[in-house]
Design a protein around this ligand. Sequence first.
Ligand SMILES: [Zn+2]
Ligand SMILES: [Zn+2]
Length: 395
Amino acid sequence: MNAPLNNAIAAMLPDLVALRHDLHRHPELMYEVPRTAGIVAAQLRACGFDAVIEGVGRTGVLGILHGAAGPADGPDRRVLFRADMDALPIQEAGGGDHASTVPGRMHACGHDGHTVMLLGAARRLAETRAFDGTLVFCFQPAEEGGAGAQAMIDDGMLDRFPVKAAFGVHNTPGLPVGQFGVARGAALASSNSLLITVDGTGGHAAEPHKARDPIVAAAQIIGAVQTIVSRVVDPLQPAVVSITSIHAGDAFNVIPDSVEMRCNIRTFSESVAATVLAELRRICAATGEAHGVRVRLDQPSITPYPPTVNDRAQTDHAVAAMRTVAGSEHVHDALKPVMASEDFAFVLRRVPGAFIFIGNGDTAAVHNPAYDFNDAAIPYGVAYWTELAKQVLPA
Ligand SMILES: [Zn+2]
Ligand SMILES: [Zn+2]
């Protein structure tokens, strides 16, 4: 545990904790993060970054920092470090003296902490420049379901600054502070949300023969969907298909015209996701045909997230950096993957890299109203990013 005790990091801690509390008091949602992005850009300029670009993917910020020997001459010596800036539409329970000042909004996923840890590393690395090449610091909006990383990619982030590798960090409650973890290969799941609409013909409950009952057809679809994972997907490939809502009718004596259902699909590979989706379409079409009703599958505005897959060689770099910071006994380098999904997947689909977890200690779970990022984790995060710069761009 040498790096967190590094005097330079210790000296900036009070500042970083104060900044974390400030961000926590002023949570912003999705792409509407003007205050947070403004603070990030100002901090990067204040510590002497070579370039700061705002408004990437609407409200993302990129900070460009060259090592002591000057700019990278190509993507082989360029690496991207990423943090997320957005909060969640949750009413905070508690929060102490840095509680959210905005009703119905809070930093319930610790993105305030992620932003501050990367800003701490930015400040430290701008002082030392102890790496050879160029670091691209990426602060993205809309991680929570808005595909902000994809918006930054669509806005030319990786075309303007091609990189050889990309890294991200997320805190994880339950893992002690001072410990790290990473999953080899697939780390987080894909997520695909769909709206299923069953259109029949409503009528009197006493005269079903004059109607085409969408409820019975919907019930058949729900049952048949359970066979996708059990009968169609390779048993060695994890997958989840959940029907998460059903809405139809509101009377005792009326057969409704239509049923609306929501469905969520999770997998660890894009090909399994495609198989599940094709089977879902087949079940919907065939069941509709059998019952004389029309079944529609629509993609709502929620962008499907691909799985987050870690690259072997880049994961080795991340593990080496984590071990230097925390000691080997505090680095779990073969975590089980989790079925949650993560926006950084869009970056890792384009560039090899690794998404790692940092211990948040014994706190409430993320997305819980009682959650708070643990300030004690900040020096470990700063130390990790600083060490990783040396690992991936050795001077
Ligand atoms: Zn979250
Ligand atoms: Zn998060």
